[in-house]
Design a protein around this ligand. Structure first.
Ligand code: AMP
Length: 138
């Protein structure tokens, strides 16, 4: 079965990418918890982390680490970063293609119950993506 994320990786559905290599890609979440919410997605389309080739999983985490550093270097508001894998439907996984969320979090929001995220427009996502891409190059 072709997943939504494989279709984004293949360019059949638009995605705002910040990173690509032979193993892993990263693109902006279309319903960002906060600006700068990135999804790190292996090209290998398996449902859960345990099914992932160990070297692919390692690369997913290496890329996550680089992206975290880039977000912190950028001026995207982020007092902390929340790293999440919803590893199965009961854990809140909606897209059955393993992926890791990087969410900027703000001190002022600590303990706050936020309304569900709204869909972001491509221009807004691209503006934040450009900051991450620039910081990756630093
Ligand atoms: P999960 O609930 O862990 O499976 O997360 C799936 C994520 O994919 C959610 O945060 C969605 O907002 C995000 N998402 C759904 N469709 C798209 C899309 N077309 N482009 C980017 N992100 C998406």
């Amino acid at each position: 079965m072709t997943t939504l994320f494989t279709r984004i990786i293949n360019g059949e559905i638009p995605g705002v990418f910040v990173y690509k290599d032979d193993t892993v890609v990263a693109f902006m979440d279309i319903f960002p918890y906060n600006p700068g919410h990135v999804l790190v997605v292996p090209r290998q389309a398996v449902d859960t982390l345990d099914q992932l080739d160990p070297e692919v999983a390692a690369q997913m985490f290496r890329v996550t680490r680089k992206l975290c550093a880039a977000i912190r270097r950028s001026d995207i508001p982020a007092d902390a970063l929340k790293i999440i894998v919803n590893d199965g439907p009961a854990a809140g996984q909606e897209v059955p293609h393993v992926h890791l969320h990087i969410q900027p979090r703000l001190e002022a929001e600590r303990g706050m119950r936020k309304p569900p995220p709204e869909m972001a427009n491509t221009e807004a996502l691209q503006a934040v993506a450009d900051k991450i891409i620039a910081a990756l190059r630093e």
